[in-house]
Write a protein that binds this ligand. Structure first.
Ligand SMILES: C[S@@+](CC[C@H](N)C(=O)[O-])C[C@H]1O[C@@H](n2cnc3c(N)ncnc32)[C@H](O)[C@@H]1O
Length: 291
């Protein structure tokens, strides 16, 4: 009875300032994600049950586990699931996608057609559960129509979280994921299954290749095939300035001369990089690697 009364619940687990700094720095070293002081509660709430399961009494012990335990690799993956924010949707930020479709992609397609090089590579870095790269694939289908069969197109889509990549590969979505998608697009590129979920059609899937990546690992970034266009939207917002600089510089190296970088509409390269030329369009800035 006494034991029952004194039993701690996962809610009682508080993170000390010292342990928070230790865990925050560990997360930063591993992923480049910077957890600010005011998000301390997030670690406390989201990890408390995990500590219970592992029978650890403090967050300091958890840090030790992450560094030295035989299960540290698996635990790191779990930690990545906890610290990443995977919010996304199809056709997110329509004005920016209009610029992508009507200005950038049209121009690129014309240039490549005239050079008889019908090959396009796009990198969706931080692709979450696939809505962004599949949206890009749909837009390419809309623009090229039947001609798409004669093009060699690949969208390389990566994320740190293995869970989101698994669901991206399945390609099955709720109507919430399609809330900003035009109805005509939904009926052309999705099949509604018997339980009311939407399955992306194989021709859209075919252009997208998913794989894990840690944007904090320069060697992994170097191995990504060179791209005409990089999308990294709503990802660098979670990084500190130093990490933003490193990641954006990797995108610059990855892009082919004349290539384009799209970032989220609330993000900016101000103070981060001066090598890109910002070009202003209605509703969007596109960063160009001058060739
Ligand atoms: C908010 S989502 C953005 C998804 C999509 N780009 C969009 O704009 O809708 C951010 C994604 O970045 C991923 N991410 C965060 N840190 C990362 C890192 N170091 N390496 C790779 N992906 C990372 C997260 O796992 C998450 O899926």
């Amino acid at each position: 009875m006494v034991a029952l009364l004194t039993k701690t619940t996962s809610k009682d687990l508080k993170i000390t300032d010292k342990d928070f700094v230790q865990l925050r720095d560990f997360i930063y070293d591993q992923s480049g994600i910077y957890i600010a002081e005011n998000r301390k509660y997030l670690l406390e709430n989201r990890l408390a049950n995990r500590l219970k399961t592992l029978e650890l009494k403090t967050f300091g012990e958890y840090c030790y586990y992450l560094r030295f335990d035989a299960g540290k690799r698996e635990e790191l993956k779990r930690l990545f699931e906890v610290i990443t924010t995977n919010e996304t949707s199809f056709f997110r930020n329509p004005p920016q996608l209009k610029v992508f479709e009507n200005i950038i992609l049209k121009k690129l397609i014309e240039e490549l057609r005239s050079k008889r090089q019908k090959k396009i590579r796009i990198w969706s870095a931080g692709c979450s559960s696939g809505e962004e790269p599949y949206t890009l694939s749909i837009i390419l289908h809309e623009l090229l129509r039947k001609e798409i069969a004669s093009w060699d197109i690949r969208i390389n889509a990566n994320d740190l979280s293995e869970n989101v990549l698994k669901s991206a590969q399945k390609g099955i979505y709720s109507d919430y994921a399609l809330r900003t998608t035009p109805k005509a697009i939904v009926s052309s590129y999705f099949t509604k299954n018997e339980i009311g979920r939407y399955e992306i059609k194989p021709e859209v899937k075919r252009l997208v290749s998913f794989g894990p990546i840690n944007l904090n690992d320069r060697m992994q970034l170097k191995r990504v095939e060179r791209s005409h266009i990089v999308f990294c939207r709503n990802v660098i917002i979670y990084f500190d300035e130093d990490m933003k600089k490193r990641v954006v510089s990797s995108f610059y190296d990855n892009l082919l001369p004349g290539g384009y970088l799209f970032i989220g509409h609330s993000e900016s390269l101000h103070n981060i990089s001066r090598v890109f030329k910002p070009t202003h369009h209605p509703g969007s800035i596109v960063y160009v690697k001058e060739g």
